[in-house]
Design a protein around this ligand. Structure first.
Ligand SMILES: *Cc1c(COP(=O)(O)O)cnc(C)c1O
Length: 479
């Protein structure tokens, strides 16, 4: 049974990967057409698995986005190294549960190994514990739960037992450009958005250290300061060393959201962007972004394993454990049963090595700079960020009849429609921008050049279209 099915799945997957570099990057279907092709009432009786798989792949294809291809620059998406896809297949076929050692000794040992490799690679304290979670959102959650535990413990409060409702007031400080997932994680931990002490940022989105210091000095209270490595738009990192020094002077916990930016720490010449990061207390990052493993894979890293485990571990009569020294997978994550998402991470690190990870990040940064140079050299195109990492923010100047914002939106829509590449939009300091993220292992200089040419052609078309519509309305009103 499984032979034919898995062979078919392999063929379908290989066909998708083969076609991804050459196809229209965006999806080509509507919501309605996908619902029509895939939906209908819940079937009363079953169908042959091989038919189901084949029809699923055929019907879903127009709604797939070529995120695995080399010219997808949307959000911060990463790619999936071939070895990681293959290892992920094994994770499904083996169907191991990473919760307890006894459920899969192999997965438990792999998590031990990869924990050590990761903290070495990122230059974090050797003692640090790692939780293998679904993404950086849950990594933020996990780390902040550890932070909450520890700062309240120091204030004489056991939050796991006594809860938050009568606890000493927690103060949480974050930059004005903190990622929404950090805000969402705090919300789940009982810290509302209106309770945050928001610190102003500079033009690159970096927290102002002097303002953070002022916020820290406001009162004596159990405090968590949330820094960011890699602003999701500009790629810029907060002045982590200054923030850590100021926060630790006040007894505060420093958490770093480094979903992709933390990977700068793995590259010698980029590490100064996150200098001092190893002094923080916790770090959230993604494997499915810059390490290029398939979804879903995030990493919650805490310097001191004690608060990490205290915040996450559960005890039940049937959860028979070994002695306290043995690492148990579910002690470090907000989940119990969990797929073996360590396997693709292991495959990535084992195939790339330290030098290969650095090379992946370094190449993407060089390609982002190549993109910025190609676009920025054109008339009417402005690069709005310092391209220090893999993110490029582009503004397209409008005409007498079309604002810069409307022109930028029009260029983004045309680029997505044309399909050579895919980039999304964002708002940056009140201006509409095209946001380009280079984070895929397979992107080449040729991909960047072809994409830059397509983007510039879309800009010319967007401007020509408004000129034409302005001419079509001789009284000067727009058609
Ligand atoms: C992507 C991102 C997140 C959220 O990560 P998920 O993997 O989507 O859960 C958090 N912080 C930053 C800075 C990010 O770029």
């Amino acid at each position: 049974m499984h032979h034919e099915l898995l062979t078919r799945a392999r063929d379908l997957a290989v066909a998708h990967l083969d076609q991804a570099p050459g196809r229209h990057v965006g999806a080509r279907a509507t919501r309605a057409s996908l619902a029509e092709a895939l939906g209908g009432p819940l079937p009363e009786t079953g169908a042959a698995p091989l038919d189901v798989l084949t029809a699923l792949a055929r019907s879903a294809a127009p709604g797939l986005v070529a995120t695995v291809g080399p010219r997808y620059f949307g959000f911060v998406t990463g790619g999936a190294l071939p070895a990681t896809v293959a290892a992920d297949w094994l994770a499904s076929a083996w169907d191991q549960n990473g919760a307890l050692y006894v459920m899969s000794p192999a997965v438990a040992v792999l998590e031990d190994i990869v924990q050590e490799w990761l903290v070495t690679l990122l230059g974090l304290p050797a003692s640090a514990s790692v939780g293998f979670v679904t993404g950086c959102h849950m990594a933020n959650f996990t780390c902040l739960a550890a932070a909450r535990h520890e700062v309240l413990r120091r204030a004489g409060w056991n939050v796991e037992a006594e809860g938050l409702q009568r606890a000493p007031r927690l103060r949480v400080i974050a930059g004005a450009h903190a990622h929404v997932s950090l805000i969402g994680a705090l919300r789940l931990l009982g810290i509302g958005t209106a309770e945050l002490r928001v610190v102003p940022v500079d033009d690159q989105g970096r927290m102002l250290a002097s303002e953070a210091r002022a916020a820290l000095a406001e009162a004596e209270a159990p405090t968590i300061l949330c820094a960011q490595a890699g602003n999701v738009s500009s790629g810029a990192s907060d002045p982590v060393a200054d923030l850590v020094a100021a926060a630790h002077d006040r007894g505060a916990w420093v958490h770093v959201d480094g979903a992709f930016g933390l990977w700068a720490a793995a590259v010698p010449e980029l590490r100064q962007q996150v200098a001092g990061v190893e002094e923080a207390d916790s770090w959230a990052t993604d494997a499915h972004k810059w390490l290029n493993v398939p979804y879903d894979s995030g990493l919650a890293i805490v310097a001191d394993p004690a608060p990490h485990r205290a915040a996450m571990s559960l005890h039940a009569s049937y959860l028979v454990r070994g002695d306290e020294e043995e690492r148990v997978g579910m002690d470090w994550v907000p989940e119990s049963s969990r797929r073996a998402r360590v396997l693709p991470i292991y495959a990535a690190l084992r195939t790339l090595g330290r030098a290969g990870v650095a090379d992946l990040v370094r190449r993407n940064v060089a390609l982002a700079q190549r993109m910025a140079a190609a676009l920025g050299a054109a008339d009417g195109v402005r690069i709005l960020n310092e391209v220090v990492l893999n993110q490029v923010l582009v503004q397209f100047i409008g005409t007498a009849s079309q604002s810069d914002d409307a022109t930028t939106r029009a260029v983004i829509a045309r680029v997505q429609e044309e399909g050579t590449c895919w980039a999304g939009g964002a708002s940056w300091h009140g201006r509409e921008v095209m946001r380009i993220s280079v984070s895929n292992w397979s992107t080449t200089p040729d991909d960047i050049d072809a994409s830059a040419a397509a983007i510039l052609a879309a800009y010319r078309d967007a401007v020509t279209a408004t000129d034409a519509s302005a001419e079509a309305a001789p009284d000067g009103t727009r058609a």
